[in-house]
Structures are given as structure tokens and as C-alpha cells.
Design a protein around this ligand. Structure first.
Ligand code: HEM
Length: 590
């Protein structure tokens, strides 16, 4: 510690000297030229001489101590950095070789060249920089020939990618054989980034999403539209003036507020400190997951304390608001149960459903205020950022579409007609927004998260896939999401964003065509943003309801200036991430 203090002092000293030297050189020159041209200024000469003398002494001090400073700089700063990087390099190299030994030897790789020195580690680095592209490259080369291949990734180790023909089979294999959650949890390193294994392995959230949230989806839309309108008015303004706003920032807040209206109720959904903590927490968890994957398993407990500090800060903010709310809800619900005349109206929200469910359970982690509150933190994690990303992608894709003016006019016309017919955004009304539904579904196709879909962890020894490929226990299999989404066999002109790709067949129904049921919530092995099969996202009905309603209100009430070119998503590892800095010009329609 004292060494580093010393080093810092010396570096500081060195900087000061260089600064002073430059200062004096500049002024000495100026003063000499002034003195030479104005005789009367001779009286200044002694001062100039003494300055010059000081300058020389500083310069000689600098020369005499230069070596010492350089030495301290190397010992104190460069040596530890070099040592740290050498250590990380060795660790990463060993980790990569170990991971790569677990996949079947005969399979082809994308992004790995066996004849290169440190082939495994270099492949993992490629996986970090561009594994989304490696997936699609392998898809064209191998999947289309019915072969499996391997993609290196930074976060999940090597992935075995199987042809799409195996997709329907993977989607139905039970968890005891191919496990979905193990993959997700390991990918985001939930053990460290979130903790609470007793909550993660518990059924309560999934059960309530399937049983209560899906049942009520659409029934609270009048309240949700109020939240959307107020949120958009605050963020986009309602004075008819153009404003430059952040796309991600404004829509995350709106989605967070709308989702929270159903998750935690009217009061808290309006609290932006609480709402923003959800997306901050999600981002912190993802970043810390990446950091932890840089280290081998035995080092993660030690590294995690530091890496997950932001996670604790953001979840702490949410917990600060959630715990009193849930404690009060338990008190009120108990009082109402004991005495039906207790003057309190039970809100219909996720907290109420969860507390009611907790009354039927008896373990501490299913009943304590802390554990119930943390469940909402996790619900936000799974539900808010994912939905915000879908809205952001849809806005970027729709307002960058070829023929954007006509696309907007067609979407707006549909929204106006349906709203006029139904008077409000009821479930039935939203179901009639075929063009908007299609524009969002198409955006989710071309701007999907990328990489791996239907990712499953093999849970049994000696397992053989239907195509005869033997895979080791704990290896990961899946299909290439972008490979499938951009395959001309499934989509005409697959690289083009065609907003009405899915609604056109419906609109042509009158011409006697067969009805094609491809709504935003319809999953398939060829459209995978919500996955497919046993683990298809149970929150997709709620998410689709909110995404459609937010976009319909934006179309009806605001004008957005088209983007010249679509602000591109960024590839990070095997994921494609929305451009969080993208801005748009927006104004209230008059
Ligand atoms: C546009 C928004 C959303 C997207 C794109 C999305 C996507 C996904 C995906 C890809 C899966 C993984 C399935 C698998 O492992 O194969 C999933 C699972 C899940 N999602 Fe969503 N989701 C969204 C919104 C939501 C919302 C709003 C909620 C809750 C209210 C939610 C709750 C869940 C849960 C609980 C699972 C785990 C299901 C299981 O393992 O059986 N999601 N989601």
C-alpha cells in the first residue's frame, strides 16, 4: 500500500514539474523579447535572470530524478498490470481448453482454427466479439446440410447447434433430460448475480404468471392506458413542439410504469426511482454475469462480491420501496380475511395474488416479506427490460422502414378505426390490430436477440440426439435463432423488414385465402423471440398486450421523425443489443 502511495506521489510530482517547466519556458521567451525591445525594462533583468536560474534548477532536478520516476512508474504501475494480465491470460486459456474438451470431437466449429496457437482461447475471444455472426455462418454452412456444429461463446462455453429440423423435438423434451432454466441461470450466473436459489427454484412466480397474470391480461387496459398517456406526455411533451428524446430511456420508463401498474399497483408504478431500478438491475446483472464468466468457477465466489455491487445497489432501491408495501398488504389482507367489514379495497395486482398464494404456503422463503419482495425484483428482471427491448426495436424498425410514410399511415388508420369501433383498448380491440401486431412480430424477427434459441443443458449421461449425435452430460444444445429467422426457406426476402409480412395473408382473407394464425404471441420453431414449446415465455400475452397498446397510443398521439438509417443494434457476445443511446425527434400530434 505504501509503495502505491509513493508511486502516486512521484507521478504527481513528475506531472507538476513538466507543467511548471512548460509554463516557465513559455514566459521566459516572452519576457526576454519584451525586455530586449523596451530599454527601460532593464530593471526587470535581475528578476528575469533569477527566473531563468530557477528554470535551469528545475530542469536539472527533473533530469536527475527522471530515472527514479521512471523506475517507480514501472515497478508501481506497469508491473502489477502486466502480472494481472498474464494471470488472466493463463486462467482464460486453461478455462477455454477445459470447456472445449467437453464437446464431441468430430463436430465442425465456426470461429476456431485448430492449427493456431492457443486455439481454444482465441476461439472464445472470437465468440465474445462476434459469436452472433458465427452462429449464422455455421447455420448456412452446416445446419442447411442437416449437420450439427459448434460455436465458441464467451459466456456459455462452446454451444452445440443442431439443425432446425430438431427444434420441435428439443422444444418438447422434459427438463430432467434437457433443462432450460439451468442454461439461463448459468448464462447470467444467477448463483452470484442474483443469489436466492430458494426463490429461483420455487414455482410461485411461474405459477402466478400462468394462472393470474394471463387471466387478467386485457382486463385492466383502461387503467394501463392512463399510465401510458401520462408517461408519454411527461416524456415526449404535449405542447406540439419537436423534442429530442432517448428512445430506450423514455420507453423503458413507460414500459416499466405500465408493467408495474399490474405488478405492484397504482402508487408505486409512478415512482421513477423504483421503476428505473428495474432496468438498472437487469443491466447490472447482465454485465456482472459477463465479468464472472471471465474467471474459472473456483474464483467466482471471491470475484462476485465486487462484480455484483451494482446489482445489490439497484435491487436495494427496489426493495426499499417493495418491503413496506408488501408488509402493509399482508396486514390489510389478513385484517380483511378476519373481518370482511375492514374498510379496505383489495387491489387486483401481482402483489395481492402473491400474498394470497403465500397464505397457502408455510416455508419461510414463501412467506417472509423479504422473500416476497425479492420475487417482484426478479419478476421485473424477467418482464420489464425484455418488453422495453421489444418496443424499442419496433420503434426503430417501423420508423426506418422502406416507404415509412405509407407504413405509418396504414398503422395509424388501423388504430383509429379499431379504437373508434371499440371505444377503448379492450382485449378484443387489441386483437384486431393485425397490421401493428405484424409490424412488431416482424421487428422481433429481424431484430431478435440473435445467437442461441431453445438452449438446453443436457442432464443425463450417454445421451444421444435423434440424429445419432452423442452429447456429454452438461453440454449445451440449441438452434441458431438468426440463422432460422433469416432463412429464405422460411421467409421471402428474409433480410428486409417487411412490416406487413404477417398481416397481409389476413387482409387477403377476403380473397379466399386460408387464415394464417401468426400473431405476436404465436410461437413456432421458425419464430423464436419468445422461444417455443414447454418453456415458451408465459409472460408473452402480458408483454404483447402492453407493447401493442403503447405503440398504438404513440401512433395516435405523436409524430416521430423517421430515422434516415436504422440505428444499428450492437452485437455483444452471442446477443444483439438495442442501441441504448439512440435518440428520436418526437412531438404531440395536433
Ligand atoms: C417482449 C418481452 C419478452 C420476451 C422477448 C421474453 C422472452 C422469453 C424467452 C426467450 C424465454 C425463454 C424460454 C426458454 O428457455 O426456452 C422466456 C421465459 C420466461 N419468461 Fe419471458 N419474455 C418476455 C416477457 C416476459 C414477461 C413480461 C414475463 C413476466 C411477466 C416473462 C416471464 C418469463 C418466465 C417466468 C420465463 C420462464 C419460463 C420457463 O422456463 O418455463 N417474460 N421469456
Amino acid at each position: 500500500f505504501s509503495l502505491s502511495d509513493d508511486v502516486v506521489r512521484h507521478i504527481f510530482c513528475l506531472k507538476l514539474q513538466i507543467f511548471y517547466l512548460r509554463f516557465l519556458l513559455k514566459w521566459e521567451h516572452l519576457v526576454y523579447s519584451l525586455a530586449g525591445s523596451v530599454r527601460n525594462f532593464r530593471s526587470f533583468l535581475p528578476a528575469i535572470q533569477s527566473t531563468s536560474y530557477y528554470l535551469r534548477s528545475v530542469s536539472s532536478y527533473f533530469e536527475s530524478t527522471f530515472l527514479r520516476h521512471t523506475f517507480f512508474f514501472f515497478i508501481g504501475v506497469l508491473a502489477p498490470i502486466t502480472l494481472l494480465f498474464t494471470f488472466l491470460f493463463i486462467v482464460a486459456s486453461l478455462k477455454a481448453s477445459k470447456e472445449h474438451a467437453t464437446v464431441p470431437a468430430g463436430l465442425p466449429w465456426t470461429g476456431k482454427q485448430d492449427d493456431q496457437i492457443l486455439a481454444s482461447m482465441r476461439a472464445n475471444v472470437r465468440g465474445f466479439v462476434k459469436s452472433a455472426a458465427l452462429y449464422t455462418e455455421g447455420y448456412r454452412k452446416y445446419s442447411k446440410a442437416g449437420l450439427a456444429y459448434i460455436v465458441p461463446t464467451w459466456t456459455r462455453g462452446p454451444q452445440i447447434v443442431v439443425p432446425p429440423s430438431l427444434g420441435p423435438w428439443i422444444a418438447q423434451v422434459p427438463d430432467e433430460i434437457l433443462n432450460a432454466k439451468d442454461c439461463t441461470y448459468d448464462n447470467v450466473q444467477f448463483k452470484y448475480t442474483v443469489g436466492h436459489p430458494e426463490i429461483l427454484s420455487n414455482d410461485m412466480i411461474d405459477l402466478l404468471i400462468k394462472r393470474e397474470l394471463t387471466r387478467t391480461t386485457g382486463t385492466m387496459n383502461v387503467e394501463l392506458v392512463e399510465e401510458i398517456d401520462d408517461s408519454l406526455a411527461r416524456l415526449f411533451g404535449n405542447d406540439g413542439q419537436w423534442r429530442k428524446v432517448g428512445v430506450f430511456d423514455t420507453l423503458t420508463r413507460t414500459v416499466g410504469r405500465v408493467s408495474s401498474r399490474v405488478f405492484v399497483g397504482k402508487e408505486l408504478c409512478n415512482n421513477m426511482e423504483y421503476v428505473v431500478s428495474a432496468s438498472d438491475f437487469a443491466r447490472a446483472v447482465s454485465v456482472s454475469g459477463y465479468i464472472l464468466h471471465m474467471f474459472p468457477k473456483f474464483m467466482r465466489p471471491a470475484i462476485s462480491w465486487l462484480a455484483t455491487m451494482p446489482n445489490r445497489r439497484h435491487s436495494g432501491i427496489a426493495m426499499k420501496h417493495l418491503q413496506p408495501l408488501i408488509a402493509q398488504r399482508i396486514t390489510d389482507m389478513r385484517a380483511k380475511e378476519a373481518d370482511p367489514t375492514y374498510p379496505w379495497e383489495e387491489p387486483d395486482d401481482f402483489v395481492t395474488w402473491m400474498v394470497r398464494e403465500s397464505f397457502k404456503r408455510d416455508t419461510f422463503h414463501e412467506t417472509s416479506v423479504h422473500h416476497l419482495s425479492y420475487r417482484i425484483v426478479l419478476l421485473n428482471f424477467g418482464g420489464i427490460t425484455t418488453t422495453s427491448i421489444m418496443v424499442v426495436n419496433a420503434i426503430l424498425d417501423i420508423w426506418s422502414a422502406p416507404d415509412v410514410a405509407n407504413v405509418i399511415a396504414a398503422l395509424r388508420e388501423e388504430a383509429q378505426q379499431v379504437l373508434q369501433e371499440h371505444g377503448e383498448w379492450s382485449k378484443a380491440a387489441l386483437a384486431k390490430l393485425h397490421r401493428l401486431d405484424s409490424a412488431i412480430r416482424e421487428s422481433a424477427r429481424v431484430s431478435a436477440i440473435g445467437g442461441n434459441a431453445l438452449a438446453r443443458r443436457v442432464k443425463v449421461d450417454g445421451f444421444t440426439l435423434p440424429n445419432g449425435l452423442a452429447v456429454a452430460k452438461n453440454s449445451t444444445i440449441g438452434v441458431s435463432m438468426d440463422g432460422i429467422h433469416f432463412d429464405p426457406e422460411y421467409y421471402d426476402n428474409p433480410t428486409v423488414y417487411d412490416p406487413f409480412r404477417f398481416s397481409r395473408p389476413r387482409e387477403e382473407l377476403a380473397a379466399g385465402k386460408t387464415r394464417v394464425n401468426e400473431d405476436l404471441v404465436t410461437t413456432s420453431v421458425h419464430w423464436l423471440p419468445f422461444s417455443h414449446g414447454l418453456h415458451a415465455c408465459p409472460g408473452r400475452f402480458f408483454a404483447a398486450n402492453n407493447v401493442k397498446m403503447i405503440l398504438a397510443q404513440v401512433l395516435l398521439d405523436y409524430e416521430i421523425q423517421p430515422f434516415g438509417t436504422r440505428p444499428p443494434n450492437m452485437a455483444i457476445g452471442d446477443m444483439s443489443v438495442v442501441p441504448v443511446d439512440a435518440t428520436m425527434m418526437v412531438r404531440k400530434r395536433v
